[in-house]
Design a protein around this ligand. Structure first.
Ligand SMILES: Cc1cc2nc3c(=O)[nH]c(=O)nc-3n(C[C@H](O)[C@H](O)[C@H](O)COP(=O)(O)OP(=O)(O)OC[C@H]3O[C@@H](n4cnc5c(N)ncnc54)[C@H](O)[C@@H]3O)c2cc1C
Length: 546
């Protein structure tokens, strides 16, 4: 049992240990000396930034294939280095960092906007004008989002100064498909431009142009991979949390946020210890949730008029994407087949909405798309060669096994997994003959695996679905109607590692400063700037290659 002083000795409690949580804990420790307690239900901390291992040293990340915006001098890089105290080293991916593979041609995405634009103009000369306009609009819609998230979080008095223009809002909150249909006539080009839709979790007809633009712009200068795998994020932040008197406790599942009237005062849940579940309670002046908006409002908080409309809105919001991931160990280096560490987006057509409409294709041997990535080729410190094949699938297909326990879902579940794994391998073999020959080991994760390890509804991979109106929803922000309760991570901002990190930055600033948040943000930037200078003066680099 926890004793009373342990129960109350923290300044902040965070539910979940993903990127959003770790960011808050590090900033609050470093800027305000806060003791932060992170409670994670999984037996490994880090959320989607955790890594797992199997035989022969095979090791995979669950939620990082590449991250952008890590060039020298970029604000995200500076803040990330500060939050991790320079503990994460990034390897730049090859100059061709993504390949968009269609039935009759392949587009190679270079880590340079001018080259990408020129290359597309050469391939699609009849769309030159539209392409020039498109890249300008991508920058506009991406900037709109930054302004809009700031607008949501600053005091009312300052709002008129950062309010995005109506024209930019209209551009950004329309669907990606509407934008493309209005500007382009070439179906193949529309398919090429939206090849990375899996990075933002919604096909062109379902995603906002802002979400599309954010991801496309994020990779204008290519992608980066954390050397030593994504677990280095947790490894660099955990000591910072501990240095300031905080702790990260795994196997601690929060079941309820404790309220005193309309104020959050603590959390209650169960700790898994061997085969037993032991109840726990912790109290602190501030509670932050990285468990996602749906879980926080609809599961962890008791029903009340204050959150009624948010609960309804979240319950009615369409489900986000669920996925299958085949984790592969190779007998030899995939370089043998010409792979260099780039990702491959492979499609059986150009109309992503139509391909996606056949969501359960993979369960019926009509697989239509796959994302193929090679963690070991991106990581100079990798000890064994690995790959991942990802495709999307409906949660409903697996629902009948959802009440069974992890690893005990029965022979029929295992048989289905085996069949699907074979199909995924065959799909890649069809594109790259000889691929299967290299495979030594594989293991499939389903939406039930993701649900089990993250508690995200239906095993959603990017939080609440990135529909055009998601960014406008009142729950898509750090502040909640409950006093001293804040959201962080993806659902507080936007998807992806950088998105969850942004949620963490906004959450930290908000709870440090209330209406003076802006001053705290300036202070944070100042500290990050000073830290960047310190790294430079010591000759410490955090980015390699390129
Ligand atoms: C297959 C896949 C590939 C991806 N690839 C990329 C990529 O290449 N680049 C990129 O930028 N992003 C990628 N992402 C997305 C990115 O990893 C996530 O958006 C981001 O890491 C989410 O961070 P988060 O802080 O919002 O929360 P999460 O990482 O989801 O962490 C939330 C944590 O809260 C815990 N939790 C939930 N409920 C409770 C509870 N009641 N009590 C205690 N703990 C709880 C969960 O167990 C989890 O550990 C990918 C994601 C997936 C799934």
């Amino acid at each position: 049992m926890t004793n009373l002083s342990d129960k109350t000795s923290y300044d902040v409690i965070i539910i979940g240990s993903g990127m959003g949580a770790l960011t808050v804990a590090s900033i609050l420790g470093q800027l305000q000396g806060k003791r932060v307690l992170i409670l994670e239900q999984h037996y490994i901390a880090g959320g989607f930034t955790h890594t797992f291992k199997r035989e022969k040293g095979y090791k995979w990340d669950v939620g990082i294939h590449y991250v952008g915006d890590l060039e020298d001098g970029h604000k995200f890089r500076r803040l990330f280095d500060f939050v991790t105290r320079g503990g994460v080293r990034w390897q730049k991916m090859p100059y061709i960092y993504d390949k968009f593979v269609f039935p009759d041609f392949t587009v190679e995405a270079p880590a340079d906007l001018d080259s990408l634009r020129s290359q597309l103009i050469v391939q699609f000369p009849h769309e030159e004008k539209a392409l020039i306009q498109y890249f300008e609009d991508v920058v506009r819609a991406d900037a709109w989002y930054r302004k809009y998230i700031l607008y949501k979080h600053i005091p009312s008095l300052l709002k008129p100064f950062v309010k995005p223009s109506k024209a930019d809002t209209l551009l950004s909150t329309g669907s990606t498909k509407d934008y493309l249909d209005a500007h382009f006539s070439d179906q193949k080009l529309k398919g090429v431009l939206t090849s990375q839709w899996g990075n933002y979790g919604a096909v062109p007809g379902q995603s906002s142009f802002a979400n599309h633009a954010m991801v496309v712009r994020h990779f204008f200068k290519g992608g980066y991979y954390p050397i030593g795998s994504s677990k280095t994020i947790l490894q660099s932040i955990e000591p910072i949390v501990e240095q300031y008197g905080g702790a990260i406790k795994i196997n601690h599942r929060v079941e309820e946020i404790i309220l005193d009237g309309d104020t959050a005062v603590g959390v209650r849940g169960q700790q898994k210890k061997g085969k037993d579940f032991l109840p726990f309670e912790y109290y602190a002046p501030v509670v932050v949730s990285d468990a996602g908006a749906y879980n926080t409002y609809c599961k962890l908080l008791p029903a009340s008029p204050r959150i009624k409309s948010r609960r309804e809105s979240l319950s009615n919001h369409p489900n986000g994407l669920s996925h299958l991931c085949l984790y592969i160990g190779f007998k030899e280096s995939p370089e043998k087949m010409g792979f260099k560490g780039e990702n491959h987006w492979i499609f059986d057509g150009y109309d992503h909405d139509a391909l996606f409409a056949d969501l359960d294709a993979v369960t019926e041997d009509r697989m239509k798309m796959a994302f193929l990535s090679f963690p070991s080729l991106k990581d100079p410190e990798a000890k064994a060669h690995t790959g991942e094949i990802i495709t999307f699938v409906s949660y409903d297909y697996f629902k009948k096994w959802s009440t069974e326990r992890w690893k005990n879902r029965g022979e029929d579940y295992e048989a289905v997994k085996q069949e699907i794994a074979e199909r995924m391998l065959n799909f890649i073999e069809g594109k790259y003959p000889g691929f299967k020959e290299m495979v030594d080991f594989y293991e499939l994760s389903t939406p039930l695996t993701t649900e089990h390890f993250t508690l995200h509804r239906n095993g959603e991979i990017y939080g609440m679905h990135t529909t055009p109106d998601r960014l406008l929803k009142d729950w898509n922000q750090v502040k909640t109607p409950i006093k001293n309760l804040y959201l962080t991570g993806t659902d507080a901002a936007v998807l992806g590692v950088a998105g969850a990190f942004t949620g963490g930055v906004f959450a930290s600033v908000e709870l440090m400063g209330k209406s003076l948040g802006l001053l705290h943000y300036i202070k944070l930037e100042g500290r990050a700037e000073a830290f960047a200078k310190e790294l430079k003066s010591k000759g410490i680099r955090t980015v390699f290659g390129g």
